[in-house]
Design a protein. Structure first.
Length: 234
């Protein structure tokens, strides 16, 4: 049996990885207008492109949207989608209406990430058994981008209150492409400590110990979970 390799991240490097994960936020209220330099943008896009993908399919494309009149049209569409708000009632509806759910105009850059579900790169490896894996791969790329952006002090906001057919129309995206995410990106005045939705009283973070199972679904041992998670489960 081979022996375990020597750790190749220093304690400081490890701490930085966990810090970037913990301090990443979805940003919509705190963007400033300063442009993202190309060198920085290049780094975060490359981080996205280094994501894992099923069969090394790399099903993604990135559309960089700076044009203000296009962003104004996307913003007007997002506003009309939000104004529907008709899925909620009473206090929840009032709270929903008070939420800011996008920063399309405030962020200097928007990024639309698509998934090409028929791309032949990777020869279909891993997709025969689960056809969703191309979409999961694209989501991995987005998370890589999000974390790299945080390390560069760039905020990202994911906007999903959009009708993708309308977005495809506005961005001339071929009908057969699947939009996975529409992101707002830019430097921020500050990163908030907590998710905006938590501060607004919309939802709270669930304890991981409630979500752990041992060997089989029915085994949810809180003591064992607490022993693993210690003080991290906050
Ligand atoms: C797939 C996905 C779609 C999302 N769509 C929206 C959205 O339309 N508007 C919004 O304000 N936030 C959106 N978010 C951000 C979440 O609200 C946010 O991640 C969550 O509240 C936790 O906050 P945090 O990212 O700051 O930790 C989305 C996040 C994901 C992963």
């Amino acid at each position: 049996m081979s022996s375990r390799m020597k750790p190749d991240f220093s304690p400081e490097e490890r701490a930085a990885v966990y810090r970037v994960i913990r301090e990443r936020r979805d940003v919509r209220s705190d963007f400033i207008s300063e442009e993202i330099p190309d060198a920085v943008l290049g780094r975060i896009l490359t981080a996205a492109h280094h994501a894992p993908s099923v069969g090394l399919m790399q099903p993604w494309d990135f559309i960089l949207i700076r044009n203000f009149s296009i962003r104004k049209q996307i913003h007007a569409h997002a506003q009309s989608m939000k104004d529907r708000g008709d899925i909620y009632e009473g206090d929840r509806k009032a709270l929903y209406c008070s939420l800011k759910l996008e920063g399309i105009l405030e962020a200097p850059l928007n990024i639309c990430i698509t998934c090409d579900r028929s791309r032949t790169t990777g020869y279909g490896l891993g997709r025969q058994s689960d056809s969703m894996t191309d979409l999961y791969s694209a989501a991995c790329a987005i998370q890589n981008l999000w974390l790299a952006a945080r390390a560069e002090s760039i905020g990202i906001g994911w906007v999903s209150i959009l009708d993708w057919d309308r977005v495809k129309q506005l961005l001339n995206i071929p009908r057969e492409r699947h939009i996975v995410a529409y992101l707002c990106a830019g430097f921020v005045s500050a990163f908030r400590r907590k998710p905006e939705l938590e501060t607004a009283g919309w939802e709270v973070r669930t304890k991981i110990s409630n979500l752990l199972h041992f060997d089989q679904w029915e085994n949810q041992d809180r003591q064992r979970a607490d022993a693993i998670l210690g003080t991290h489960d906050e």
